[in-house]
Design a protein around this ligand. Structure first.
Ligand SMILES: Cc1ncc(COP(=O)(O)O)c(C=O)c1O
Length: 487
């Protein structure tokens, strides 16, 4: 509906929504009183009241008795969440997908509306302080840093990582940390350490395509465990998977999974840990999104719960993470924590890449040594939460009625499910022709060519600050999705 055909109260509601979206009023802020807004916009009190109540109904504002209206802490947007996949029962090898490489090719191209790439935009990373740390490391110690680091990686960096982990109750020794080339190498080394070709690993479904590619490269079978966009791994399905299969390892996200964005409660994590211990299945946990939480506190990784809560039999965990999603995807700095397996991990690291770039590790350690990273995280968390809300509102506005979308409490990814079957690959190509890139649902399946379970799904990245190109892209994509219904 165009702005001119709207009622005055709807126009006012849109005006306030835009102020919130633009960050003029942040979550929890008091917005102008009804009297002030009437005066500013020359509207009647009843029109203003109607607008505020509309925003309250939408979950964008909340009223407080005798105090006025405030921006809701997390606006509720009334769209249904995605359905959970059915259980697969059998483990499968991963097959090739041309579309996966094609997607990566376009995802980082700035000429395309950036819904495909799962890293924040360069502007949001705005790593000026990190650049300064890098310049300092080169200027002061360029020669000393042009070396192979010790096998575990730069000690100061490992100390910073260990100190940060204390914030969420994870007590790790720098000696148990091995620096890797991004989280990808951490996961790869962890898998090489505890599996052999032909083994089966349990993974979330839909699955992060990087894990699928790793399984393929290592000749592992994958068993998909149905995963709910809100609550994560289905416990009954996991129990049955353990009872009926020989599983060499589980690879699960700690928080804000890719692509669903799901996070499990501490209780559910404890239940999973109990099952893992009971069936003696090791867990490789991927915590690279954990710092991007929208709530009050950072969700605890499995390893922190395993080590600090009263768990009778502890599970065997290898923890993986990186700085790729928060500050430096290009530095390729990740790490793996495996107190009982450090030697094996080190041997695999040496065989894979010997050592990481030294200079970037020194720079990262310097950057982490003051409050810059925490300040940066506070900023991007607010922006990502806002982006997710705006994208969700755009989905509601532009996509077909009945579209389902995830509601993550962290990260910057949305999983969207259309209410009918479509040819997802055709839609992907059509969108590319219009300058829009997204991650088609099929790339999150182990057999993308043969499997149409996720053909009507897409993963949309919200890692770029809202702008006209994004709004237009969502409008065009929504229209294409509406026209893509299979006859
Ligand atoms: C869940 C998950 N794990 C691992 C990775 C790889 O991270 P890195 O870039 O640090 O290798 C990604 C990147 O998209 C991811 O989404």
């Amino acid at each position: 509906m165009s702005e001119t055909t709207l009622y005055n109260y709807e126009k006012l509601a849109n005006f306030i929504t835009n102020l919130i979206d633009d960050g003029v009023y942040v979550k929890g802020a008091r917005i102008p009183s009804l009297r002030q807004i009437c005066k500013q916009h020359k509207l009647s009190l009843s029109t203003a009241m109607q607008a505020y109540h509309l925003l309250e109904d939408k979950g964008i504002l909340e009223s407080r008795v005798k105090s006025g209206f405030y921006v809701a802490n997390r606006p509720t947007i009334s769209l249904p969440t995605p359905t959970t996949t059915n259980s697969q029962n059998t483990a499968t090898l991963v097959s090739n997908s041309g579309i996966f490489l094609e997607m990566l090719e376009f995802a980082a191209n700035p000429r395309y509306a950036p819904f495909g790439c799962a890293i924040p935009s360069a502007e949001l990373l705005a790593a000026n302080k990190l650049d300064k740390s890098l310049a300092r490391a080169a200027r002061l110690n360029g020669i000393e840093n042009n070396i192979y680091t010790v096998p575990r990686g730069d000690l100061k960096l490992r100390q910073q990582i260990a100190r940060r982990a204390l914030q969420w109750g994870q007590n790790i020794s720098p000696e148990d940390i091995v620096i890797t080339c991004g989280c990808t190498e951490a996961l790869s080394i962890a898998l090489k350490t505890i599996t052999k070709p032909g083994d089966t690993i349990a993974i979330e479904s839909p699955a992060y395509f990087g894990n699928l590619q790793l399984a393929k490269a290592l000749n592992l079978k994958v068993l998909e465990i149905p995963t709910d966009a809100n609550n994560g791994i289905d416990l009954a399905e996991l129990t049955s998977a353990f009872a009926n299969n020989s599983i060499a390892a589980c690879v699960f996200s700690s928080s804000f999974s890719n692509p669903l964005g799901s996070t499990m409660s501490d209780d559910r994590k404890r239940s999973i840990l109990t099952l893992l211990a009971q069936y003696e299945v090791p867990l490789i946990e991927d915590d690279l999104m954990g710092d991007i939480y929208f709530g009050e506190t950072r969700p605890r990784p499995f390893m922190a719960i395993n080590n600090t809560d009263e768990i009778v039999d502890q599970a065997n965990i290898i923890y993986c993470s990186s700085y790729s999603k928060t500050i430096a995807p290009g530095y390729r700095i990740g790490w793996v924590v495996a107190p009982s397996r450090v030697r094996d991990i080190l041997e695999n690291k040496l065989a894979t890449s010997l050592s990481n770039t030294s200079l970037t590790q020194v720079a990262m350690a310097d950057y982490l040594s003051n409050s810059a990273y925490d300040n940066h995280l506070r900023r991007i968390r607010r922006i990502f939460a806002n982006n997710i809300d705006r994208m969700t509102r755009a989905i509601k506005q532009y996509f077909p009625v009945g579209t389902r979308v995830s509601r993550p409490s962290g990260g910057f990814l949305l999983w969207l499910e259309l209410p009918y079957q479509i040819d997802g690959k055709a839609l992907f190509k059509q969108a590319l022709d219009k300058g829009i890139c997204f991650a088609p649902g099929t790339v999150f399946s182990p057999n993308p060519e043969a499997d149409d379970r996720f053909a009507n799904c897409m993963r949309l990245s919200c890692g770029h600050e809202w702008n006209v190109q994004i709004d237009k892209g969502m409008q065009v994509l929504g229209k294409m999705a509406a026209n893509a219904k299979n006859p």
